[in-house]
Design a protein around this ligand. Structure first.
Ligand code: SAM
Length: 467
């Protein structure tokens, strides 16, 4: 369908209306079914659940559609918490992944490390549980109730001064950015005790990583924060059964590890921290068979927000400068992640479809006399996003072998003054500019939106690098 806009009337969306009339394709995933197939319901995927992650049903569908086999190499350039790679590994197919967020890359790497001896894990687990119980039972929790927890105040009931515990359990150990309104004192101390017990008991390596991830994965239910749609604060929890959550997570991890066979355990996987606008600096040209991914889309999501607690807790970002280093590695998909020196937009300045969108956004901003700083960035953001995606597609083209394909899952957007952005349609145009051929757009699911009356399309864009 050619890309064109009718002048908008009020806040209705002519494109949604037009698609409703002209496009009678049925979604592959029915909305209800899509909801019930969240990654949190699947083994390994649920080790760490990411709110903006996608359902494993998507990579499973593509692997099947493309008849992928164990001699293939699959790449996910926006690996998030590893959904694509876990599906590949389950099916015996080697994979590589990249993510620009340190915590994402870290969690995907641990979720994919399956060649660990369960007997050894269980032995450490037993020891850790005994130590945690012991520490918990000696802790003077009532002091926290009485707000007596202060700088360097020891809260253990030991008869003699215990140098180490004085240092460990003081407020000094709370990372500066992990504010009390994010995690209350008691749950924080419970988390911190477990963290210290793991560190004191298990040697650095895959088993310690597994325990660390289990603990980090329960940070969100332990906290007063909600992720999605944005980063929000909920009613403060005075206390949480952190021990029970931790045990449940380790039990689940053990069950998953015991459920797979030796062949699955040793399927090669590699996850890198990096910027997918530079993929060819990490991987050889013509080496990848298939790229399966869900890139960010222009929906004004800031991708470090949904891992803020984890980035702080694991020490990947301890101050705003360190957050900014991570954010700069990411595609520009949010008005809180855009910088004066950004210039990816230059790559797509000749594309009429993007000019049409940015002109329309500007017109609506002018009509509304919108003056907020963030709104002023909308048109730049759209250009930077698609310019960044141009770079990603060009890099995908390099690393793909001739005949190789990309399968991108992307959602349409209404995030900027209700202007409809048909993400897959524009990416198809950019892909063709890069040299991809044989494009297909398949409707995956309709996503309900809380901000307007329309359901938005989540499409799969498939394109091939010519032989
Ligand atoms: C929609 S999420 C992918 C979710 C993933 N499919 C999953 O199920 O967890 C997009 C991911 O892209 C990452 N990202 C954004 N820009 C990036 C870039 N330039 N290079 C690498 N990763 C990037 C974000 O950190 C985020 O994890």
């Amino acid at each position: 369908m050619p890309f064109s806009y009718h002048p908008p009337t009020g806040r209705d969306c002519p494109i949604c209306e037009q698609l409703l009339v002209t496009d009678d394709n049925q979604p592959i995933i029915h909305v209800q079914q899509g909801k019930s197939s969240s990654a949190s319901d699947f083994p390994f995927h649920n080790w760490f659940y990411f709110v903006l992650g996608y359902t494993p049903m998507f990579p499973i569908y593509i692997l099947q559609r493309e008849n992928s086999v164990s001699t293939d190499l699959i790449l996910d350039p926006f690996v998030g918490t590893g959904t694509t790679q876990i599906c590949c590994k389950m099916q015996g197919i080697p994979s590589i992944g990249v993510d620009g967020n340190d915590f994402m890359a870290y969690s995907a790497r641990i979720k994919l490390h399956w060649n660990i001896n369960c007997t050894t894990i269980k032995a450490y687990y037993k020891e850790i549980l005994v130590k945690i119980r012991n520490k918990y039972s000696h802790y003077r929790w009532q002091e926290i109730d009485n707000h007596k927890i202060t700088h360097n105040l020891a809260l253990f009931n030991y008869g003699e001064t215990h140098e180490e515990d004085w240092l460990i359990y003081s407020q000094e150990n709370r990372p500066k950015m992990l504010l009390r309104k994010y995690v209350s004192d008691k749950p924080f101390v419970r988390l911190h005790i477990i963290d210290r017990v793991i560190r004191d008991t298990v040697e650095p390596g895959p088993i310690k990583d597994l325990f660390d991830l289990a603990l980090t994965s329960i940070l969100l239910p332990t906290s007063n924060v909600r992720y999605g749609p944005g980063f929000g604060i909920i009613k403060a929890k005075d206390d949480v059964d952190v021990f029970k959550l931790f045990q449940a997570k380790i039990d689940r991890m053990l069950r998953d590890l015991e459920s797979i066979d030796h062949k699955q355990r040793i399927v090669p996987t590699r996850v890198l921290l990096g910027d997918s606008r530079q993929l060819s600096t990490y991987f050889d040209d013509n080496s990848v068979s298939l790229i399966i991914t869900s890139p960010p889309y222009p929906g004004d999501h800031e991708y470090t927000k949904h891992t803020r607690l984890e980035l702080i807790f694991r020490g990947f970002a301890t101050n705003l400068c360190e957050f900014r280093v991570i954010k700069k590695r990411l595609l520009r998909a949010s008005t809180t992640n855009i910088y004066c020196e950004d210039n990816d937009g230059a790559k797509i300045q000749d594309l009429r479809s993007i000019q049409t969108i940015t002109n329309l956004i500007q017109r609506r901003l002018d009509e509304d006399s919108a003056t907020s700083g963030f709104e002023g960035l909308y048109t730049k953001l759209v250009r930077e996003y698609f310019g960044g995606m141009y770079k990603v597609l060009a890099e995908c083209w390099k690393v793909l072998r001739p005949g190789g394909k990309i399968a991108f899952l992307v959602s349409d957007s209404h995030a900027f003054k209700m202007v409809h952005i048909q993400t897959a349609v524009i990416l198809r145009e950019i892909g063709e500019k890069v040299g991809f051929v044989d494009p297909h757009i398949i409707l995956w699911q309709m996503k309900t939106s809380s901000s307007h009356k329309y359901c938005l399309r989540e499409n799969i864009l498939i394109m091939t690098k010519p032989e």
